[in-house]
Design a binder for this molecule. Structure first.
Ligand code: 1YM
Length: 656
């Protein structure tokens, strides 16, 4: 070999070694990045429960939706597969298949480098705010395997990963195509997620919401395991959204549409008043739901309150001695959806889950737009204006009457005989400490009797309910407040109800619903939850409403050892009994049949009991769910129950 050739070889080897070393360093870094995700999944996706599991799906879907928002493509398909994996595809441009400067293919980089978001091209579109945009690589890191297929500029590219992001098949070109788009399939790692079953309902509801917000988008959702399919497409966007929320209610007018732009903030609003009393306000910013509201909602409320007061005054509809409408008066029966587009440079999300808009400008922008638009609308539509003002006046009257009644009840004056009787059913706690006291609402007198014997009388009060309480979703206010059981509850809690409810006045730190572990008990729970949701919602929002979990079985062995089993633990009990030769099973048919000690130990003793905290994950869904489950129409209820009720106990009872 001549010298030149030798030197060339030496250089070639040095070059190769260098490249390999660099490549390895990079790959180690990448794996370290993904390892961090595996070690602390919660930091990246919030949690590893059902919510976290679905977060993976939103992450991938959001990438597809971003592509469509940018004007590429108009369709997303989500398919839950039989093997528990999930496939998401869009018909956008497809992922580029070229090599990245690191020597890896672009799809490999997107799916293995943490925070490879921010997209590729300069001036590319904005990544959605909130929890989103943590990157497709996080999903890969938490998956047993993931496959990505891209149809891009005439070529089909394919890459596969396994074990949380290790490349199994590097990007290869499978052939030619005249389509474009991206398809991603992944199987969540069962070691990370306790439960890896995707919920068709959860996905479907979220996709429907996206379809309402993006009127050119079509979304299909399929569940191949249960053979369920839905397609969403709403040309009328937010208008359809509001009509959908109000579908079981009586509306006062056609939805009002507001679309305007100020200081670079684009505001879309649809609103519609109904004959009912509930307020539903939903808001989104850059297509991300702002569950905890924020400056835009504040602006919306202020603008609305101002315009109705100004309109009523200038049209002599408020007498000066009557005082102004407050916000809740002008929002009674209102359904409104806000959707804002805010440029990235002034976009701020706040709060623990980043569900609250911080951007201060949004407040005045929305307030002014709402004020101006509604002023024009009310002047143009006098009849509708009068109907809404009438409703607000009624609300103000009711509010004032309730306030007076509450003041009287507090001062003990005007306490009626019936009220004293109702309170007579209550077995109060010995001390009166609202910071620690607990109220057990118990089904039936016999269960009430056991509960009375079981309780710690110092701080636990027992209120037995005689029969089933009235369905507050279906009944008129008049019937509701004639109902004795409802009155007892309101009276015992002592903090008012409805708009006048003030959680600070509650006599109890915890209100605990304690029913039998059977169908009847579940029904009573439902009725009580509906009541609390409608009339004492802050009690739920403040985390003060609970459901007790009495056991269903007690298994005792000859050595006098025993163990309790709860609804849904049938298989655990089977395993327990099968591992023992001699045992006795006791089935509790109801709380009334239990002895005081076991009831105390399993269900009432704060040290040993398990309580389910009732929470509202998502206001609009809760609203729809309560309407569906407790309202007039039978069909939607049947459908929902058939689709969703597994008749087993879940660890978190949330209205979501
Ligand atoms: C089913 C999931 O990811 N679609 C998708 C993603 C991307 C592009 C197109 C795209 C973007 C750009 C140029 C650009 C990208 N996402 C990322 C990242 N669907 C799905 N469709 N060409 C194609 O922004 O300039 C990078 S490209 F990093 F955000 F994941």
């Amino acid at each position: 070999m001549n010298n030149k050739l030798f030197i060339f070889f030496v250089y070639a080897i040095i070059f190769m070694v260098n490249t390999v070393v660099k490549y390895d360093e990079k790959s180690i870094k990448i794996l370290e990045g993904l390892d961090a995700v595996k070690k602390r999944p919660g930091m990246y996706i919030g949690s590893t429960d059902k919510r976290g599991l679905h977060h993976l799906v939103w992450e991938i879907i959001d990438n597809g939706i971003d592509e469509i928002i940018n004007g590429y493509g108009d369709k997303i398909i989500v398919t839950i597969n039989k093997d528990k994996s999930i496939t998401i595809s869009d018909n956008g441009r497809g992922l580029p298949t070229g090599m990245h400067e690191s020597g890896r293919s672009t799809p490999e980089v997107i799916y293995t480098v943490l925070h490879a978001g921010g997209k590729f091209s300069e001036g590319g579109y904005k990544v959605s705010g909130g929890l989103h945009g943590v990157g497709a690589s996080v999903v890969n890191a938490l998956s047993s395997w993931m496959e990505v297929t891209t149809h891009h500029e005439g070529e089909i590219g394919y890459i596969k990963f396994h074990d949380g992001g290790k490349v199994e098949t590097p990007l290869k070109i499978l052939g030619k195509t005249n389509k474009s788009g991206t398809t991603v399939t992944f199987l969540p790692n069962p070691e990370v997620f306790g439960n890896t079953t995707f919920s068709f309902t959860t996905i479907k509801e979220r996709m429907q919401e996206s379809a309402f917000l993006l009127s050119n988008l079509t979304i299909e959702v399929h569940d191949l395991e249960d053979d369920k399919h839905e397609t969403f497409h709403y040309e009328n966007g937010l208008t359809s959204f509001v009509e959908y929320i109000n579908q079981d209610k009586k509306e006062l007018h056609k939805p009002v549409i507001i679309n305007s732009k100020k200081n670079n903030i684009e505001v879309d609003i649809a609103l519609q008043y109904t004959e009912g009393y509930n307020e539903t306000l939903l808001s989104f910013v850059n297509n991300v739901k702002t569950i905890d509201g924020g400056s835009h909602e504040v602006g919306f409320k202020t603008g609305l309150t101002k315009i109705f007061n100004d309109y009523a005054k200038s049209n002599n509809l408020i007498k000066s001695k009557e005082g102004n409408f407050d916000g809740t008066d002008v929002r009674e029966g209102l359904t409104a959806v806000l959707n804002l587009r805010i440029p990235e440079n002034i976009l701020q999300f706040e709060g623990q889950t980043k569900g609250k808009l911080g951007t201060p400008e949004a407040r005045s922008v929305v307030e002014n737009i709402v004020y101006d638009h509604m002023k024009f609308y009310l002047e143009e539509n006098r009849e509708i204006a009068l109907k809404i003002i009438e409703k607000a006046s009624q609300s103000r009257l009711a509010r004032e009457a309730a306030r007076k009644a509450r003041e009287e009840a507090r001062s003990g004056r005007g306490k009626k005989k019936e009220e004293r009787m109702m309170a007579g059913k209550l077995t109060p706690a010995q001390t009166k400490n609202p910071k620690i006291n607990e109220l057990f609402i118990v089904e039936g007198n016999s269960a009430g009797g056991t509960a009375k014997k079981s309780r710690d009388r110092k701080f636990q009060a027992i209120l037995p309910l005689r029969g089933k309480i009235i369905n507050t979703e279906k009944a008129t206010d008049n019937d509701i407040f004639k109902n004795e059981e409802i009155n007892s509850i309101i009276y015992c809690i002592g903090a008012g109800y409805g708009q006048e409810f003030d959680v600070k006045d509650s006599n109890y730190d915890k209100v605990i619903i304690m029913t039998d572990a059977d169908d009847d008990g579940a029904h009573i729970q439902c009725l009580l939850l509906t009541f609390f949701y409608r009339f004492m919602r802050p009690l739920i929002e403040e985390g003060k409403l609970f459901i007790a979990m009495p056991p269903l079985f007690k298994v005792t062995t000859p050595d006098k050892k025993y163990k309790y089993f709860y609804p849904g633990e049938e298989s655990e009990m089977k395993a327990y009994t099968e591992s023992r030769s001699n045992y006795q099973i006791q089935r509790y048919k109801g709380l009334g049949e239990m002895n005081p000690e076991p009831l105390w130990e399993t269900t009432m003793d704060p040290k040993t009991r398990n309580l389910i905290k009732v929470s509202i994950n998502d206001g609009s869904l809760a609203e729809r769910r309560v309407s569906t489950l407790m309202g007039d129409q039978v069909e939607p209820r049947k459908e929902w129950i058939n689709e969703n009720v597994e008749f087993s106990l879940e660890d978190n009872y949330s209205i979501n």
